[in-house]
Design a protein around this ligand. Structure first.
Ligand SMILES: NC(=O)c1ccc[n+]([C@@H]2O[C@H](COP(=O)([O-])OP(=O)(O)OC[C@H]3O[C@@H](n4cnc5c(N)ncnc54)[C@H](OP(=O)(O)O)[C@@H]3O)[C@@H](O)[C@H]2O)c1
Length: 316
């Protein structure tokens, strides 16, 4: 199956890092990639995160379907992964899967991302000799696609958890799915939290110096990141860890600005693995934990796994 990852620019500098020949009018497309025999493309809307979130939803969705149809009709793409905030504006990628003109498969790639992020948290606890039963965990964006799966798995391990989101009714719904000792809240109060996972669709950095407890560990899966290098420069005690980044061992230079050499976003790894496996299915909306386990097996098979903890791509 030919794959495409369809996303958007993550910051203003990205466009300068992309070869001009890849830039079409409204979108950007790489040459055809060949990754262990899986053929496909990196495609991006020529839009910034704030535009994706703040422009009228119908306008953004039109851009997504127009680009998906170009991928299908001109480039023969059969499976599309909706990356970064394109999942958030398409109801967990379900909207694209429902469009009749697009006949291929759709995945958000969030299943493997959630799994890799959970492993990053557990690896960090081990590395820094921490016992989860003594710690407070905060998950920001807890009823989102990634946040919900992470909450289901991680909350039972911790002494106490704070599940944070913006809408009370969605938080109430979440309580029917999560076991363990926790509260849900719309307040971004995490000053008491030892471990913080960010999985939000906030289009800019969300966390400030004042939010963070001394020596907090932040596993930041959000793209664009929710914790920036500027804040880390002010808070040298805080440990930031990339969530959702896997080793991509044969050093494929993924033609995406910001992806460190030899690494890849787990969501892109997921669609590549699904294409290699020829699995003709949609993976949209809430994460099926059985599918998540399957992506872990794929990860081991293709050796696209989390081998080392990194912060903005640099080994910790
Ligand atoms: N590293 C990787 O490989 C990788 C892969 C996939 C995705 N991601 C990133 O992971 C993040 C989550 O993705 P997703 O697919 O799970 O998105 P999602 O389903 O849209 O979930 C995002 C959640 O964040 C919440 N949110 C937004 N702003 C917030 C704020 N200021 N405070 C608290 N909650 C807030 C949203 O709440 P509302 O619904 O109420 O707005 C939503 O529930 C995104 O940044 C995405 O780019 C990274």
């Amino acid at each position: 199956m030919k794959f495409a990852t369809l996303s958007h620019l993550l910051n203003e500098n990205n466009i300068k890092q992309i070869p001009p020949s890849w830039i079409k009018n409204d979108y950007i497309i790489s040459p055809e990639l060949d990754i262990d025999g899986a053929k496909g493309y990196v495609i991006a809307l020529n839009l910034l995160p704030k535009q994706v979130i703040e422009f009228p939803r119908e306008y953004i969705r039109n851009k997504i379907i127009e680009t998906a149809l170009i991928a299908q009709n001109k480039y023969g793409v059969e499976i599309i992964q909706l990356g970064a905030l394109t999942t958030s504006v398409t109801n967990g990628a379900k909207w694209l899967a429902d469009q009749k003109e697009y006949t291929g498969f759709v995945t958000h790639g969030d299943s493997y991302t959630a799994s890799v992020t959970i492993h990053a948290v557990l690896k960090a606890l081990e590395k820094f000799n921490k016992n989860s039963e003594e710690l407070i965990l905060a998950i920001i964006g807890a009823y989102g696609i990634i946040g919900e799966a992470i909450s289901k798995i991680l909350v039972p391990h911790f002494k106490f958890s704070k599940l944070i989101g913006r809408r009370k009714e969605k938080l109430d719904e979440l309580t029917t799915k999560i076991k363990g000792n926790y509260e849900t809240t719309t307040e971004l109060y995490i000053k008491d939290s030892d471990v913080i996972v960010t999985a939000t669709s906030h289009p800019t950095a969300l966390l400030k110096e004042k939010h963070l407890k001394k020596n907090a560990i932040v596993v930041d899966v959000s793209q664009p990141p929710n914790l920036t290098q500027d804040i880390l420069a002010l808070r040298k005690d805080v440990i930031r860890i990339d969530g959702g980044l896997v080793d991509f061992p044969r050093a494929y230079p993924m033609p995406i600005p910001g992806i460190p050499k030899g690494k890849n976003f787990a969501c892109i790894a997921e669609v590549i693995m699904q294409a290699m496996e020829n699995e003709e299915k949609n993976h949209v909306g809430s994460i099926d934990l059985n599918h998540m386990k399957k992506t872990e097996k794929w990860g081991e098979k293709y050796d696209y796994i989390l081998k080392e903890l990194t912060n903005f791509g640099k080994k910790i």
